[in-house]
Design a protein around this ligand. Sequence first.
Ligand SMILES: NC(=O)c1ccc[n+]([C@@H]2O[C@H](COP(=O)([O-])OP(=O)(O)OC[C@H]3O[C@@H](n4cnc5c(N)ncnc54)[C@H](OP(=O)(O)O)[C@@H]3O)[C@@H](O)[C@H]2O)c1
Length: 328
Amino acid sequence: MSPKILVTGGTGFTGGQLCKKLAQDGYAVRALVRAGSRSSELEKLGIELVTGDLRDKQSLAKATEGIDTVYHIAALFRPENVTRQDMWDINVEGTRNILDASIEAGVKRFVHCSTIGVHGDIKHPPATEDTPYGPGDYYQESKTEGEMVALQYMRENRLPIVVFRPGGIYGPGDVRFLKLFKSIKNKKFVMFGSGQVLYQLVHIHDLVEGIILCGTKDEAVGNIYILTGEEPITLNHLVSEIANVVNVAPPKLRLPVAPLYYAGFACEILCKPLGINPPLYRRRVDFFKKDRAFSIKKAMSELGFQPKVDLETGLKNTANWYAQQGLL
Ligand SMILES: NC(=O)c1ccc[n+]([C@@H]2O[C@H](COP(=O)([O-])OP(=O)(O)OC[C@H]3O[C@@H](n4cnc5c(N)ncnc54)[C@H](OP(=O)(O)O)[C@@H]3O)[C@@H](O)[C@H]2O)c1
């Protein structure tokens, strides 16, 4: 009998695509969904829904009942409209709550979604799973702490746990890269800095394959895996590839990055007492500043992880999806 699966974050980009693939592969899938979240896509896939929240332990007991494998994908990720406390409550304490509920329910494998952001700025690329932590903002700090909770449970043998750290995720269903696509297409994109910083994306279809390997391969238990595309690219390369798929000339305007960084910092300080979202913040500026390059050798050799979607194809199917949704 195939294992019964619980996915958290199924109404989001990654969790939604994971639910879809698992359902297509014939698994019995349950999703934890927050009251009021859009879950019609999951319902169409025949996925069982349990209403709950990572902060509500009772709902997690219900969600994990009878479950063999948990894919814990949910997190507070978008910085808009959230406080540091919210991030902590969901990304750290919420992870602890779902781990405890999983132990109580006798779950046989727990797959925890972390992020390559736990490494922060990579001083000596490429980073591996052993590169020290260096979170650079509230979100990354909360994800690091959430991962550390999962690793503590792993060390104490409380549950068979696998941790994976995805790179920047793109593909159909994502809206995080929409701004970048739009600004390039509308010829409003400005490159801050040299554009030589390294970036390592992972296409959602490749990532979902990798996540499922984390949930099914015996060798995975007790390990951490970085899951990204195979090669880093420079931001200049990424921008010119996007320009290519949206049929415009590569943007030429360049400005220094330092003033933008200070402006982001000033926005954060000014907006905080007013309780409004800063239009610009340092994490957004980091996009132009920080190197993100990783080795996926461990996932390739131990799990058989092999990214298949090349950048051009991935960017094309992302742009097509934006167009189909009327977003681009
Ligand atoms: N996207 C990236 O580039 C990237 C890169 C590295 C790592 N990651 C990690 O990958 C995971 C998925 O990212 P994503 O981009 O797919 O995120 P997303 O689209 O923002 O989805 C987040 C999901 O988490 C759920 N959620 C948030 N708070 C919750 C709570 N209190 N209780 C239960 N569910 C809650 C959301 O539910 P609602 O629909 O109700 O809001 C949503 O389903 C996250 O763990 C993130 O840290 C993402």
